[in-house]
Design a protein around this ligand. Structure first.
Ligand SMILES: Cc1ncc(COP(=O)(O)O)c(C=O)c1O
Length: 388
């Protein structure tokens, strides 16, 4: 029997060479590699500012803080996401308002957003999640894009782009369009630094605040002081900031991964094409609903949704796959079902009909560059046997 894990990292580029350079440099925390990683990410996204941090969660927190979000403010977030999207809202004493998503794509649509803004005209920020690596429709020529809607209503947009590098929306990179975008380089993401994240923005005010707040609210970073020509130990603390900087050991891995980002994305696309082709004819499963060309999708996740008439329910399907050596996962148990959010905000499942339908049947299949055709064939054959 084969053993196919749900996720597997590929680090066969310059990762080791760059880490060696860091170890030999005598300076392991944020320095040259992190600055290079930021510059190259910025150039790739075509955005004015990019800040490397130690997680996407940190980036999301910094983004909301920089926008001045505080106690009692309302922030719109999809229910179909990881807790990080909503927990950062709570860090600041603000309240997440949970939105349903479109069945199949798991994305917030213009219709859902317009309704939410009508119900909550005082909402300050909307946080779209580019679920699985497919960009939500943030920018549309006819003005129905999520960012266009936000702008017209004076609502700021913080994109949770944890899954969405490299991904495009209407030919532009995710990160180039909205107010702020936050990316994750957690170990199972399309490019990784082990743990890490990046915040991108074109807004100078946001950028200045993020730069300071990611390192204790200090007005000069340690590398700047260390490398300065002038004898200058002095620094000032201008706000009670956070410790969110990315060390150079992590940035070294990120730089090497970035060099191969499009190759790694294409390899994931190869897996997605295989699944779409082989799983097409099944009446009892729904495949991901795609709104973007295959090549604009980051393909962090590939989910299938087992329908009510599936011969086996979702949890049993996962167990049967595990018995055959195939790792799977669930993205997500929606936040309205998580104890904290459910109890704190008295959330009712019937208010999220699409997320409920998705969650009852959703299974994420293995998708990563080193997954061979033989392994993909094994996975699809086993799905066929289980569902026949
Ligand atoms: C949608 C979403 N947002 C945010 C995060 C947080 O990312 P990180 O682990 O880099 O903080 C994740 C993590 O997987 C995620 O899936």
């Amino acid at each position: 029997m084969k053993q196919i894990p749900f996720a597997k990292v590929v680090c066969d580029g310059n990762e080791l060479a760059y880490i060696r350079e860091v170890l030999e440099s005598g300076w392991l925390t944020t320095a040259d590699k992190a600055h290079r990683f930021e510059k190259e990410f910025r150039d790739l996204i075509k955005v004015r500012y990019a800040y490397a941090v130690n997680s996407c969660t940190a980036a999301l927190h910094l983004a909301l803080e920089a926008l001045g979000i505080g106690t009692g403010d309302k922030v719109l977030v999809p229910t179909m996401t990881f807790t990080a999207t909503a927990e950062v809202v709570r860090y600041l004493g603000a309240d997440p308002v949970f939105l349903d998503v479109e069945y199949g794509s798991c994305l917030v649509t213009d219709k859902i957003l317009n309704q939410a803004l009508a119900d909550h005209p005082d909402a300050k920020v909307f946080m779209p999640v580019h679920y699985g690596g497919q960009a939500a429709k943030i920018s549309e020529a006819d003005g129905t894009g999520l960012f266009d809607i936000c702008r017209a209503k004076g609502v700021r947009m913080v994109e949770d782009a944890a899954h969405a590098f490299p991904a495009r929306c209407n030919g532009r990179m995710v990160g180039e369009i909205g107010d702020v975008a936050c990316f994750s380089f957690y170990a199972n993401k399309t490019i990784t630094t082990g743990e890490g994240g990046m915040l991108t923005t074109n807004d100078e005010k946001i950028a200045q605040r993020v730069k300071i707040m990611r390192l204790h609210g200090i007005n000069r970073d340690a590398w700047d002081r260390y490398t300065s020509n002038k004898v200058s130990w002095e620094y000032d603390v201008v706000a009670p900031g956070f410790k969110y900087n990315m060390p150079d050991t992590a940035a070294a891995v990120g730089l090497a991964q970035l060099e191969r980002a499009e190759f790694l994305r294409k390899e994931r696309e190869r897996c997605a094409r295989f699944y779409l082709d082989r799983l097409e004819g099944f009446d009892c499963i729904d495949l991901p609903l795609l709104h973007v060309p295959m090549s604009d999708h980051a393909w962090h996740l590939f989910h299938i949704i087992l329908k009510d008439d599936s011969p086996v329910p979702r949890n049993q399907f996962i167990e049967l796959m595990a018995e055959r050596g195939i790792g799977t996962s669930v993205h997500y148990k929606p936040l309205h079902r998580m104890t904290y959010y459910r109890e704190h905000y008295r959330l009712q499942p019937e208010d999220y009909p699409n997320a409920e339908r998705i969650w009852k049947g959703c299974v994420s299949l293995p998708i990563y560059p080193s997954l061979s055709e033989e392994e993909l064939e094994y996975i699809c054959t086993n799905i066929t046997e289980i569902l026949k």
